[in-house]
Design a protein around this ligand. Structure first.
Ligand SMILES: NC(=O)c1ccc[n+]([C@@H]2O[C@H](COP(=O)([O-])OP(=O)(O)OC[C@H]3O[C@@H](n4cnc5c(N)ncnc54)[C@H](OP(=O)(O)O)[C@@H]3O)[C@@H](O)[C@H]2O)c1
Length: 240
């Protein structure tokens, strides 16, 4: 941003609380460290990255404090299932602004979407392109051909029509532009239904159903895919 002179208000800055920083004081310290490293003043959104067992309620209390103090403009969670959200809302009157979860047709979760919608929680879809793993799926390709768009655009448009805020990642400018061109067409209802039908519980990233799978220090046990490494913090952590 500084290098190209991009105005601060043109960028929506999100950062997250890493798994090993849960708890009231550790969360406050981790936030301060993130904020200092960013050097951008208040962040737009601060998320709990994962519903780590035992200390997540204390972490949420820390996020509430940061919100009250104006250190961040909104607070939210990530990888929270309905069970985690119900637990949080039973203990707090501050509703998360966002729940960032993996969402695309292959892991479509209408129950979670309806629950979040009912509570006014925006569902932010990560890995909305299945990390590229299902872009050649025959059903997605057929819908793409029908509407004369790319499979990536079909997946993103599907999310848009479900009210998701999708956060696709690409390191290539032409794909970033392609992924942004999803506001000038609509998927017919029958194609939405066809895509909804692809639901099979396929997680390109990770499955938060059993949050206790994560070790207390935030590291992952071996069954997690290596691709999770993208979620590792850049600063050094103690070994598992
Ligand atoms: N909260 C969490 O636990 C969590 C977990 C995972 C990810 N995330 C976040 O979610 C965001 C995106 O997720 P993601 O990177 O996992 O997956 P993704 O956006 O579904 O997929 C990214 C992959 O798709 C490729 N791609 C992008 N646009 C494309 C296009 N138009 N056509 C073909 N291929 C395309 C990219 O390659 P190129 O770069 O070469 O274009 C990259 O390999 C990231 O910001 C990530 O940090 C959050």
């Amino acid at each position: 941003m500084r290098a190209v002179g991009l105005p601060r208000d043109d960028v929506f800055v999100t950062t997250k609380l890493w798994n090993s920083d849960h708890g009231y004081e550790p969360a406050l310290e981790a936030f301060t460290e993130s904020q200092e490293r960013l050097g951008l003043g208040p962040v737009d959104l601060y998320l709990i990255h994962w519903p780590a067992p035992r200390r997540r309620a204390e972490s949420w209390r820390a996020l509430e404090h940061l919100l009250k103090e104006g250190e961040c403009r909104a607070i939210g969670v990530s990888n929270y299932t309905v069970r985690h959200l119900e637990e949080l809302l039973a203990q707090s009157s501050v509703v998360p602004a966002v729940n960032q979860v993996e969402m695309h047709p292959f892991v479509y979760d209408p129950e979670l979407l309806a629950y979040c919608k009912g509570k006014g929680i925006v569902v932010e879809a990560y890995s909305p392109l299945t990390r590229g793993n299902r872009l050649r799926d025959a059903t997605v390709a057929a819908v793409a051909m029908k509407v004369a768009r790319t499979p990536a655009q079909v997946l993103l448009r599907w999310g848009l029509q479900h009210g998701l805020v999708s956060i696709p990642k690409s390191a290539r400018s032409e794909r970033i532009e392609e992924n942004a061109r999803v506001f000038d067409f609509e998927l017919p209802a029958e194609d939405m239904a066809t895509l909804d039908g692809l639901r099979e519980g396929y997680h390109a990233s990770w499955d938060p159903t059993d949050a206790s799978l994560l070790r207390a220090d935030g590291s992952r046990p071996s069954p997690f895919p290596r691709s999770l490494d993208c979620c590792q913090p850049s600063r050094p952590r103690s070994a598992p």
